[in-house]
Design a protein around this ligand. Structure first.
Ligand SMILES: NC(=O)c1ccc[n+]([C@@H]2O[C@H](COP(=O)([O-])OP(=O)(O)OC[C@H]3O[C@@H](n4cnc5c(N)ncnc54)[C@H](OP(=O)(O)O)[C@@H]3O)[C@@H](O)[C@H]2O)c1
Length: 315
């Protein structure tokens, strides 16, 4: 008997278990706190697991994250030390994220909000639009998601750069690496896009000091921020202050320090903010379950697990 357990207290574990059962009909599905015989639990899907739950499973072989980020698993201080953590890396999720990023860049580049306001007010104003070549985009994080978004923006004609911890090679993208090259990357960037993971190093990285290092010579006279990485990366009071002071021209935010975003947040009604509810890359449930089933099948045949998280780096 091999059990697949969902330890996802903030999600609808029952609904996920039903989908996963379809992908793995021969396995028993359980949803914490109903764990059955803990000795039977070989695989777990976790998101914000309560302390000591994963540690109580003596035969646990793999912990799965049902998303690309793993911060909500690594946050468990009682996480078993040696169990591999596998995250989702799936073309469907990547495609959705790139759609979101391209959409946000174009919303700002083509001044869609201004056009919307004009339509509502019945104002015929065909103000000049800028060429893509005038707007330099810069992607923080050149992993699976960042590299794909950067490639697509580059193909559309935006001068594109990226920044990562270690140096990458991405066609059409000027690649910067490490803390020593961050300032040069920022200085040439009109639209800053974060697709970084949440780690101790990236916490609070999107702050006013960093915004002040961005280019100011672009078509809008001040830089634009797009964050679809994690809310922990952004100092929200700094974003509001920078928008109000004109240090940022606009922002597209998909992620927040605290989600769901409180009704009292100034972002809801800020005229310079495009807000989405952490929906940039909501992947298809069936696709994710098929990916997990395929990883387990491969592992049980003696193959290597794919997309295993580097716990020391935190992503
Ligand atoms: N909003 C949403 O709906 C949504 C959906 C999915 C994912 N996400 C977020 O997107 C993040 C990225 O996903 P991914 O699959 O692209 O991750 P990934 O493949 O692990 O890539 C992470 C990238 O960030 C870079 N990085 C990490 N720490 C850094 C640091 N301190 N300084 C500079 N660069 C650093 C890495 O550098 P190296 O290449 O040198 O390792 C890598 O290029 C996830 O962790 C998650 O938080 C959001």
């Amino acid at each position: 008997m091999s059990t697949f357990l969902f330890v996802t207290p903030t999600w609808d574990g029952q609904a996920w278990a039903q989908h996963m059962q379809g992908a793995m009909p021969q396995r028993t599905m359980r949803v914490w706190p109903d764990m059955g015989d803990v000795a039977d639990v070989h695989y777990v899907a976790a998101w914000l697991p309560p302390a000591n739950v994963l540690r109580s499973l003596p035969n646990l072989k793999v912990i799965f994250s049902l998303g690309a980020g793993v911060d909500a698993i690594l946050s468990d201080p009682t996480l078993p030390e040696n169990t591999p953590i596998v995250r989702v890396n799936d073309p469907d999720l990547t495609m959705r994220m790139s759609e979101h990023i391209v959409l946000q860049v174009l919303m700002h580049h083509r001044q869609q909000r201004r056009l919307d306001a004009n339509q509502k007010a019945k104002i015929w104003d065909n103000f000049p639009q800028h060429a893509a070549s005038a707007l330099r985009v810069g992607v923080m994080g050149l992993g699976v998601l960042g590299a794909d978004a950067a490639r697509k923006l580059s193909v559309m004609g935006f001068p594109t750069a990226g920044w990562s911890r270690t140096r990458k090679t991405v066609e059409g993208v000027h690649c910067y690496a490490g803390a020593t090259e961050l300032d040069a990357f920022l200085a040439r960037t009109d639209v800053l896009i974060s697709l970084l993971p949440a780690t101790l190093e990236t916490d609070g990285i999107l702050n006013r000091g960093l915004f002040q290092k961005l280019a100011r010579s672009g078509p809008f006279g001040a830089p634009i921020l797009i964050n679809a990485g994690r809310g922990r990366q952004q100092v929200e009071a700094d974003i509001v202050a920078a928008l109000d002071a004109g240090e940022l021209y606009a922002a597209s935010l998909d992620v927040f320090q605290k989600e769901p975003l409180a009704p009292s947040s100034p972002f809801w009604s800020h005229g310079k903010v495009i807000l989405t509810p952490h929906s940039a890359a909501d992947s298809d449930t069936a696709t994710i379950c098929a990916y997990v089933a395929q990883q387990i099948e491969r592992f049980e045949r003696g193959g290597d697990l794919q997309n295993v998280v580097d716990r020391r780096q935190g992503y």
